[in-house]
Write a protein that binds this ligand. Structure first.
Ligand code: KIV
Length: 275
């Protein structure tokens, strides 16, 4: 495909200063629309646990669930690079687990890359997945799979020690072979420091304006997922409201016998040569 976005494209974008526009997607139709809108990276995030499955957090998401959605997204054959999220406990227990599960996302899910959360502790895992020829995106900061360890969704890297640790982690992920890193829920000053320190693109979410790119959850920015949203989400639409209005109008017309009319009905009489 012409202009297909690959890991090399993203590395080039870092060099030229072109920002990376990333977004999540979990199904075929949304992926087609997103791709026509000029997105560079589509993430089949484990946020699908909340958005698609109604779980309280990302922890219950299984490999089977992620693969199911990766298949739907990759069937749209987008120009954007498709990244599959590695669910909780698909890479934490052993390097072997991690390589096998990353392989399943590519082989069964059809994705072109995987993402996993965590710092230097995951260097051997990342090295092994990259060695298996699977491009890896790292994820640092407020990593939602560590929710219980953090004691809630708390902004990370606010004190000098933890900020230094995150800068070192970003360097370790780059050296391990990651071609990009998501920075989530950290002060914008720290995100800027990390962005200047590494030569792979940083993709921010709740990390301020100085990252090399941004990612948002599609259903948050469209105003479909209407739970209280974090400060960093900008709603570009109120699709939730519009869906409710449209469905309410339909229900009202059905109940009042105004839909369907004859214009939406077939006739046994031939009209204009058509049935
Ligand atoms: O699961 C997800 O959607 C993510 C992004 C929010 C970065 O990890």
């Amino acid at each position: 495909m012409k202009n297909k976005v690959t890991r090399n494209t993203l590395l080039r974008m870092k060099k030229t200063g072109e920002k990376v526009a990333a977004i999540t997607s979990y199904d075929y139709l949304c992926t087609r629309m997103i791709d026509q809108a000029g997105i560079d990276l589509i993430l089949v995030g484990d946020s699908l646990g909340m958005v698609m499955m109604g779980y309280e957090n990302t922890l219950p998401v299984t490999m089977e669930e992620i693969i199911h959605h990766c298949k739907a997204v990759s069937r749209a054959r987008p120009r954007a690079i498709v990244v599959g999220d590695m669910p909780f406990m698909s890479y934490q227990a052993s390097v072997e687990d991690a390589v096998r599960n990353a392989g399943r996302l590519v082989k069964e899910g059809g994705v072109e890359s995987v993402k996993l959360e965590g710092g230097r502790r995951y260097v051997p895992v990342i090295e092994a997945i990259v060695e298996a020829s699977i491009p890896v995106v790292g994820h640092l900061g407020l990593t939602p799979q560590s929710l219980h360890q953090f004691g809630g969704y708390r902004v990370q890297g606010k004190d000098p020690e933890s900020a230094d640790r995150l800068v070192e982690d970003a360097g370790a992920l780059e050296r391990a072979g990651c071609y990009a890193v998501v920075l989530e829920g950290i002060p914008w000053q720290l995100a800027r420091t990390i962005t200047e320190a590494v030569s792979i693109p940083t993709i921010g979410i709740g990390a301020g304006p100085h990252c090399d790119g941004q990612v948002l959850v599609l259903h948050d920015m469209l105003g479909i997922f209407e739970e209280p949203l974090p400060k960093f989400v900008k709603c570009y639409e109120r699709i939730g409201e519009r869906i409710r209005e449209a469905v309410a109008a339909y229900a009202k017309e059905v109940k009042e016998g105004r839909f369907p009319g004859l214009e939406h009905s077939y006739s046994s009489e031939r009209q204009d040569g058509r049935e």
